[in-house]
Design a binder for this molecule. Structure first.
Ligand SMILES: Cc1ncc(C[n+]2csc(CCOP(=O)(O)OP(=O)(O)O)c2C)c(N)n1
Ligand SMILES: [Mg+2]
Length: 738
């Protein structure tokens, strides 16, 4: 018998218990060695007792939430013991206590999260208990959202494949996001990700297994099937009641369906799954049938929706009790040895919990830390530069459109930074590269990525499946590992399937992990109307939905030079950036500019004064900048009104100082924006002006924006719906005469 005080301490305090997978035993259903069964028991028992202790803390109001792994322990410990913490990667979910314990997260670390302590290493008191994250162990920070993590895992594996193919890209480099974090990878690493059976109903589950299958990525998907999603039984979520039956035609997978209460069956399944993935044969799918011994969480009471007989049957399959009985029955441990082992663990857990309860809570002053990168400030003045031709006194080249200069920035940055990967729908020149022998390629529906696949190759520029959550979710996983995905959502109108990933994952990664993880992705999105025929689904705005999200930078250039400089800042940035490109401005004569050189940057949060004036201010951005300028010219010509036009350039952060300076000068202000008027970006700006500059105003703050409806196809209606220069002019005149 292999237990000892010191090895218990090691398991619980500080180190991982990884066993080298023994590939020989794949074909050998032989029982596990006694020592390993005792290891299983020790970890399973500890996990259960931590759950119980946490339930007690919750009842004592020292903790505020509880969700347990009870009934899942054997399956989870098997997964941990078949993989290598700190070497392989893990993207778990909230029920994975035994997994994380077996990987090396300590009991005390778990309790620090239970009580919301400052020293909780996973989140610094920001996340509920059982929301994991450890840079040391390669456990990626997880959210409460069901199934989003599966796409992160696929991105983590995709990044691993890229890093192994081009190891030199992992080198640190100064001058951008690469300066701050180490990139690690291993030649035969695998990724383990876990999910409940109910959550396999989410589209993101299907997107994740589709991509992993198609790309033969080394991801082990573990479905922990306890038969319930809170109160909803499996047959409601899964047609036919068995997820294994539904997925079995996905190519390249290794499949195993096991009794997840049986340590041996589970361990052998994982060994085979790991071997399949390490050999790069494709992903693996381990479906473990386990039981839910407690209710869904401490906030739930399963007596309300489960029969007593069913709960009793589950209790009979409790993996902890089954293993305990077996250890005694087979004489692997004597009663005395078992009691001694349990007492050691009990007292260890009691001490860990006492220390956590005494730990300091985070200071209120820390709340705003790690919303954005504390290492790299994209608003810093030094970023502002002049176009190269201006600096070097040369004749400028031929003016390019906004589309030209966005493509130029993408090309420059890809040459400069080999960690940049570009993907999205239709962004490649041609997935079937041989087609380029005849055609010139697609390169994006607006052609902004044209030629990039040809120059940089299909490892760096590629089409992705038509699945927006997949585009963003995988990018999160890649960025967590230090790559720089610069992805495209084809039209703003179709960003909505990705919003869950943007709102709950991308923007929160840094804050929720207390600065340990980050996801500095760039999402380029063509936006807006004035297209004559764009209609409802190719003309949408909606930027304020995203400026409302802390942690996300939102950029909206109005001209070619700004688009070029802001995109460069976005790509070098250490924060996630939503980069909005107005379709109507892509090829407008307005705002064209000569190529400014490969290092031209515009800092975030610095507005441009597009036109100076003393009578009325118009605060605006995007396609409304040229329209406001037209209105301002007319106001001068026809009414002798001097209008100041402020182009915000970035919407979050935005340049409050520039707005305030202008309002102090003119005392009259209009906020003009293309989106529907109510609840929009202008509401915030107008409210802040009213709040902080009330004394400066000689007239009410006005908004000029779209009607509160959708953009119609018929051009006459589109014109009436969207704000026009005449609407801005009317507001300028009204304000001036107020
Ligand atoms: C996207 C999303 N929808 C709803 C919820 C609320 N919720 C939390 S857990 C859960 C049930 C999950 O069941 P299952 O996937 O079977 O996992 P289990 O909890 O049984 O391990 C639900 C509906 C959530 N967290 N995320
Ligand atoms: Mg379930």
């Amino acid at each position: 018998m292999a237990s000892s005080t010191s090895s218990t301490e090691v398991i619980l305090e500080d180190s991982a218990v990884a066993t080298e997978p023994d590939l020989a035993s794949n074909d050998d259903p032989a029982p596990l060695p006694h020592s390993q069964l005792v290891d299983f028991y020790r970890l399973m028992y500890a996990s259960r007792r931590i759950d119980d202790r946490e339930i007690m803390l919750k009842r004592q109001q020292k903790s505020y939430f509880q969700i347990s792994a009870a009934g899942h322990e054997a399956l989870q410990v098997a997964a941990a013991l078949a993989t290598k913490p700190g070497y392989d990667w893990y993207v778990p979910y909230y029920r994975d206590r035994a997994l994380c314990l077996a990987l090396g997260v300590t009991a005390e670390e778990m309790f620090l999260q239970s009580v919301g302590a400052a020293s909780d290493p996973a989140s610094g008191g920001r996340q509920m208990p059982a929301h994991w994250g450890s840079t040391k162990l390669n456990i990626v920070s997880t959210s409460s959202s069901t199934a989003t993590q599966l796409l992160h895992a696929v991105g983590v594996a995709e990044a691993g494949r890229y890093l192994n193919k081009f190891p030199e890209v992992s080198q640190k480099s100064s001058g951008d996001y690469r300066a701050f974090h180490d990139v690690k990878f291993e030649a035969d690493e695998v990724v383990l990700t876990c999910v409940g059976e109910g959550s396999t109903s989410q589209g993101e589950f299907w997107e994740a297994i589709s991509y992993a299958s198609n790309q033969k990525l080394p991801v082990i998907f573990l479905v922990e099937d306890n038969g319930y999603a809170i109160s909803v039984p499996v047959e409601v979520n899964t047609p036919g009641g068995n997820i294994s039956k539904l997925v079995q035609n996905f190519p390249n997978f290794f499949f195993a369906e096991v009794d997840g209460t049986d340590p041996e069956a589970s361990f052998h399944a994982f060994q085979a799954a790991v071997a399949h993935c390490r050999a790069r044969k494709g992903p693996a799918f381990v479906h473990g049938h386990c039981v839910r011994i407690y209710s869904h969480s401490e906030s739930d009471d399963d007596k309300n929706y489960r029969l007593k007989s069913e709960r009793e049957a589950d209790a009979m399959r409790d993996p902890l009790h089954k293993l305990q009985m077996r250890l005694l029955r087979e004489g692997i441990l004597s009663t005395g040895e078992l009691t001694a082992l349990e007492e050691q663990i009990d007292s260890h857990i009691a001490r860990a919990s006492e220390r956590a309860v005494a730990a300091s809570i985070p200071p209120v002053s820390s709340i705003l830390q790690h919303i954005y990168s504390e290492d790299l400030d994209p608003t810093r003045e030094e970023l502002a530069s002049d176009p190269l031709w201006q600096e070097e006194g040369e004749a400028p080249g031929k003016p390019g459109t906004m589309a030209d200069l966005i493509t130029a920035a993408l090309r420059d940055e890809m040459r400069r930074d080999p960690r940049i990967l570009i993907y999205g729908e239709d962004v490649a020149d041609a997935s079937r590269a041989f087609a380029l022998n005849e055609g010139k390629g697609k390169g994006g529906v607006f052609k902004l990525t044209a030629g990039l696949q040809t120059e940089f190759g299909p490892d760096r520029v590629y089409n992705s499946p038509l699945a927006e959550a997949s585009i963003v979710g995988r990018a999160v996983g890649m960025a967590v590992r230090g790559l720089k995905p610069v992805v495209e959502i084809q039209f703003f109108d179709y960003i909505w399937p990705a919003v869950h990933q943007i709102r709950n994952e991308l923007a929160l990664m840094r804050w929720r992990s207390n600065g340990s993880f980050r996801a500095p992705v760039v999402i380029r999105v063509p936006i807006g109307g004035y297209l004559t025929g764009g209609s409802i689904y190719h003309s949408q705005s909606g930027e304020s939905i995203f400026t409302h999200i802390p942690g996300l930078r939102v950029v909206f250039p109005s001209n070619a030079l700004d688009a070029n400089g802001l995109l460069r800042t976005a790509i070098r940035c250490d924060d996630p950036v939503l980069f909005l490109e107005h379709k109507r401005l892509y090829r407008e004569p307005y705002g064209r500019a000569p190529y400014p050189g490969p290092d031209y940057m515009v800092p975030f949060g610095k507005a441009a004064i597009a036109r100076e004036g003393k009578d009325v201010s118009v605060v605006t951005y995007g396609a409304l900048v040229p329209r406001a300028l037209q209105a301002a010219q007319k106001a001068e010509r026809e009414h002798n009104i001097q209008t100041e036009v402020i182009d915000l350039r970035t919407l979050s952060p935005y340049d409050w100082e520039a707005i305030a300076r202008s309002v102090r000068k003119t005392s009259r202000v209009i906020v003009a924006y293309e989106d529907t008027k109510s609840w929009g970006y202008g509401a915030e700006i107008a409210a802040r002006i009213a709040d902080e500059l009330f004394e400066e105003l000689d007239a009410p703050v006005k908004r000029v924006a779209a009607m509160d409806t959708f953009v119609a196809y018929q051009p006459a209606l589109e014109d009436a719906i969207l704000p026009q220069p005449e609407d801005i002019l009317k507001a300028i005149v009204e304000l001036r005469n107020f």
